[in-house]
Design a protein around this ligand. Structure first.
Ligand SMILES: [Zn+2]
Length: 391
């Protein structure tokens, strides 16, 4: 039987390798931990933008901006802020004393901050490269894995671009989206190296609501990330997409000029907001995700706690994975200290809230682990099991 693994990554997978976590973006921006693009953005513009963001966060979300450094527990969730801004702008209603043009400016300031922070974080990756350790053995066996990510960050994107460069004739991952970025399509049309389905959107997707064009933001930070080798053809992809276009606090124009005069924003969808979000690209990814899961011969779910209000993801898992034998569904959680205990003394599926929710969905017999992403990988390697072999 041909192996068709699907790897499903939740927030815990990002946390295990040191971020950057979505929740860390707002405090990082408010603390000024951003890449400085002095050639494109005037210092005065940056100052105005930072001041605007601080004022908005303080007025509307009670962030103590007079305190340094600002901690992530002092900030609201980033997708929630962006969703509240989008809904208020669309319906022309205020948030507190902020309305009209000021709300639009606040939204653009935050979007600018996202790109600047992620760019800075990607230039200096830290932590163990767990995504690479997971995927590389699959590429070595000439498998093209399907990865379903519930995260907005681009850690797995970077690793898949790198692995495609090293093992797949420079083929990029297939996002199964209608991306309009010419250079990405040029490479993708030659072939793809695995699939990457991001059902909650991504920080590197630039969407224009007006004409529904979707561009991929391929930054220099991605190019200089961990393990990247020099390849002339791929340089073309990275440097021909003008990443500095994304750096404009006055709003980033849609690249469909002169036909469209809209502005682009990254796509980040909060679980509870999904139903309201009429985005044709996101609908397509959810459909592709369900089909990919139904074709899978094994699923590995890492760092996803299956929260009770995440109705759509629960349904997706139920519809997509029910055909699998239960021991072919691996669930990896993290319980502090379990890695040092013998298997018989670790937290059982019945005694863990995440385990209980997965058990309700799929029943008994799941391949349940509480050793965390890194611990699970170590044990699989030692025991010569998936992803290091097909067993
Ligand atoms: Zn447009």
């Amino acid at each position: 039987m041909v192996e068709k693994p699907i790897i499903i990554l939740g927030a815990g997978a990002t946390k295990a390798c040191g971020g950057p976590l979505t929740d860390e973006i707002l405090p990082a921006a408010l603390n000024g931990q951003m890449e400085h693009d002095n050639t494109k953005t005037l210092v005065a513009d940056r100052e105005e933008l930072l001041w605007l963001m601080k004022e908005f966060m303080s007025d509307c979300f009670n962030v103590p901006t007079d305190r340094q450094p600002i901690r992530s527990q002092d900030c609201p969730s980033l997708p929630m802020v962006l969703s509240m801004l989008k809904r208020s702008i669309d319906s022309n209603r205020p948030i507190g004393t902020w309305d009209g043009e000021r709300l639009i400016k606040a939204k653009r300031a935050i979007e600018y901050a996202i790109f600047a922070v992620i760019e800075a974080a990607l230039r200096y990756p830290s932590g163990r490269p767990l995504h690479r350790e997971l995927l590389e053995p699959l590429y070595l066996r000439h498998l093209k894995p399907t990865v379903l990510s519930l995260n907005y960050d681009v850690i797995v994107d970077n690793e898949m671009f790198t692995l495609g460069e090293e093992f797949g004739n420079l083929y990029p991952p297939d996002y199964s989206l209608n991306i309009d970025t010419q250079q990405y399509n040029f490479f993708r049309d030659m072939g793809v190296s695995g699939r990457l389905l991001k059902i909650h959107g991504s920080l590197n997707w630039l969407y224009c609501e007006k004409c529904q064009r979707l561009d991929l933001f391929v930054s220099q930070g991605m190019r200089t990330g961990r393990g990247m080798r020099t390849a002339k053809a791929l340089d073309e992809l990275y440097f021909s997409v003008p990443h500095n276009d994304a750096y404009s606090c006055r709003g980033t124009p849609c690249r469909n000029r002169p036909t469209c005069d809209g502005f682009i924003s990254p796509i980040l969808i909060t679980p509870t907001y999904f139903k309201d979000y009429e985005n044709p690209h996101i609908e397509k990814v959810w459909q592709e995700a369900e089909w990919a899961m139904q074709e899978a011969t094994r699923a590995v779910i890492i760092g996803y706690s299956l929260p009770t209000d995440d109705v759509d993801v629960s349904l997706l898992f139920k519809r997509g994975l029910s055909h699998l034998k239960r021991d072919r569904i691996t669930v990896v959680e993290y319980v502090n200290g379990d890695i040092n205990k013998p298997v018989s003394e670790r937290t059982t599926v019945e005694n863990h809230p995440t385990g209980q929710r997965f058990r309700s969905l799929f029943g008994d017999g799941l391949d349940w682990h509480t050793t965390g992403f890194g611990g699970w990988l170590d044990e699989q390697r030692t025991n010569q099991l998936f992803p290091f072999t097909s067993d």
